[in-house]
Write a protein that binds this ligand. Structure first.
Ligand code: GCU
Length: 137
């Protein structure tokens, strides 16, 4: 298992800011993305073996509506995931997606599919043996 936090190895780039203005985040803050279609966060993930891995995304959405994001692995969009609102930016939620990774280094991206941008993203946790953060490309 590996927990990917902002501003640490494997956390590559993002459209927006790392913010701390809502309690309950882990690490040094959370990504408050730009409120635009296509706002994204990129990670770099090494997997010891090719497999399907559960990725748990910790997020907050206190906005008016569900925010949807594409999950893009190695430049292929694999699925869309919904980040529902619970009307509270400080009440963090988790959504889990199952994603195939190659052996070796993989790029992983969450990319907003609504004009609201991404939910606030605190961290991602990838379950399984042999998952480690990789240097960013
Ligand atoms: C508010 C909230 C931010 C959030 C933003 C949004 O401004 O304080 O944390 O990112 O709404 O709608 O995305």
């Amino acid at each position: 298992n590996w927990l990917f936090e902002e501003n640490s190895l494997g956390f590559c780039n993002y459209s927006g800011v790392v913010a701390t203005n809502h309690a309950g985040y882990t690490g040094t803050g959370f990504v408050d993305s730009e409120n635009v279609l296509g706002a994204a966060i990129n990670w770099s993930v090494s997997a010891a073996s090719a497999n399907t891995y559960a990725i748990s995304i910790r997020f907050a959405n206190g906005g008016a509506a569900t925010r949807r994001a594409a999950i893009v692995v190695n430049n292929n969009k694999l699925l869309s995931v919904d980040f529902p609102s619970n009307n509270n930016w400080a009440a963090w939620q988790t959504v889990t997606v199952n994603v195939p990774l190659n052996a070796g280094v993989n790029s992983l991206k969450a990319q907003a599919e609504t004009n609201d941008g991404l939910a606030n993203i605190d961290s991602i946790s990838i379950a399984g043996l042999g998952i480690t953060p990789a240097a960013c490309p």
